[in-house]
Design a protein. Sequence first.
Length: 95
Amino acid sequence: MALMKRKRHTPEQIVRKLREADRLLAEGVDLALVCRTLEVSVQTHQRWRVQYKAMRPEDVARLKQLEKENARLKRLLAEKELDNDMLREVARGNF
């Protein structure tokens, strides 16, 4: 069996490939052939299926946007906590 070249797929590409796989499987195509057509292994397909379940491409875009916003808010909170900690140290006279 030939090894497939490793690729990185964006979440949008993954969702598109999963929808294509669903279409082919509904037509009665064998899973191994579907995976070969999509150029992914059966294991990768199964992992994606668990990870992305029934997400639509717009859901993935929204999820990425929320994750980005969440990271920004966490960074802001961390900076605020550092500022508060510095102010407490100054107030104690330990500078």
